[in-house]
Design a binder for this molecule. Structure first.
Ligand code: C5P
Length: 301
């Protein structure tokens, strides 16, 4: 079913689920349970999935539509979907049926799935924000963050959807200095990369925690700082999925590219530009040269 067929324009509630981008990502250690400790500077791009909700008498159900909706099989809209899990978690928090309503959720999947830029985590976080508002739950920020943690490591930072330093496995969040105006290009080569495999392939050494400045005077300072950092998962992701290396080379070669790096465990890579316009122009060139790639250019949220 298409979004138009569902006529989401008449839906009462809409929430954006912006793409999460790890400007740097250091693997700093490993927990006893095998999960890796991270230090990451996270921003959110103007690209994202969109969640729509129309309250109704029928039990809460989910339709997934959009460019990448068809890649999620039919069961993806079932009870295991993170959107419905987030809705159930919020219902659990309410503890009373008073707030809880049924109705239709429509997830417009504009971002590639399993691609290192949030995806399911951003959708789950958007669900918590949207239903908290729609059901007038008025949950505290702390309660929503705790719920988010139970849904996945990246869900708390996506709940905030603002420039943040993320540590631990994603539960330690501190505000990070906002970037000056800039542009970003996102590119995904269309190959899903297995997160556990990328972590497994990483070499044993742990990276130190970054010395993050408290503010930026200009974009050149940001770029100089980021040049000293990296993504500990980039080399293992290139080994698992060589097209990531090609994407990085093409991004770096674009006129006006200030730096290029992989986000999360891949395969999506990003590049910074001086302005959203410069990023859109580079995105147009990349899209023409590689019609099979998913390419987006614009600003940050
Ligand atoms: O968070 P997500 O479910 O995508 O993680 C998939 C797998 O990646 C985990 O089961 C774990 O093997 C690995 N992982 C990790 N450390 C993290 C995040 C993920 O080792 N901080």
């Amino acid at each position: 079913m298409t979004v138009a067929a569902l006529d989401v324009s008449s839906f009462a509630f809409t929430e954006a689920a912006p793409a999460k981008v790890n400007l740097y990502l250091h693997v700093t250690g490993r927990r006893a349970d095998g999960y890796h400790l991270l230090d990451s500077f996270v921003v959110f791009a103007g690209a994202g999935d969109v969640l729509h909700y129309q309250p109704g008498p029928e039990p809460l159900h989910l339709h997934i539509v959009g460019r990448f909706g068809r890649l999620l099989d039919a069961s993806a809209a079932g009870a295991d979907n993170l959107v419905l899990k987030a809705a159930r978690a919020l219902q659990g928090l309410c503890g009373t049926q008073a707030h809880v309503q049924g109705g239709t959720l429509v997830l417009d999947k504009k971002l590639p799935v399993a691609s290192g830029i949030g995806g399911g985590s951003a959708d789950a976080a958007a669900t918590l924000r949207l239903l908290d508002r729609a059901w007038n739950v008025q949950a505290s920020r702390e309660d929503l963050l705790k719920l988010a943690e139970t849904l996945g490591a990246d869900v708390p930072v996506c709940l905030l959807s603002q420039t943040t330093r993320m540590e631990g496995i994603g539960e330690n969040l501190t505000p990070a200095p906002h970037l000056p105006e800039c542009g970003m290009v996102l590119v995904n080569c269309g190959q899903a990369v297995s997160t556990p495999e990328v972590f497994r392939r990483r070499d044993g050494a742990f990276a130190p925690r970054a010395a993050m400045p408290e503010h930026w005077d200009n974009l050149a300072d940001v770029v100089a700082f980021l040049a000293q950092q990296g993504n500990s998962l980039e080399a293992p992701a290139c080994a698992v999925c060589p097209p990531v290396g090609h994407v990085l080379a093409d991004l770096s070669g674009q006129d006006g590219c200030l730096m290029a790096r992989m986000s999360g465990s891949g395969a999506t890579c990003f590049a910074l530009f001086a302005t959203p316009q410069a990023a859109r122009q580079a995105a147009d060139r990349l899209e023409d040269a590689h019609p099979a790639w998913w390419v987006w250019g614009g600003g940050l949220v």
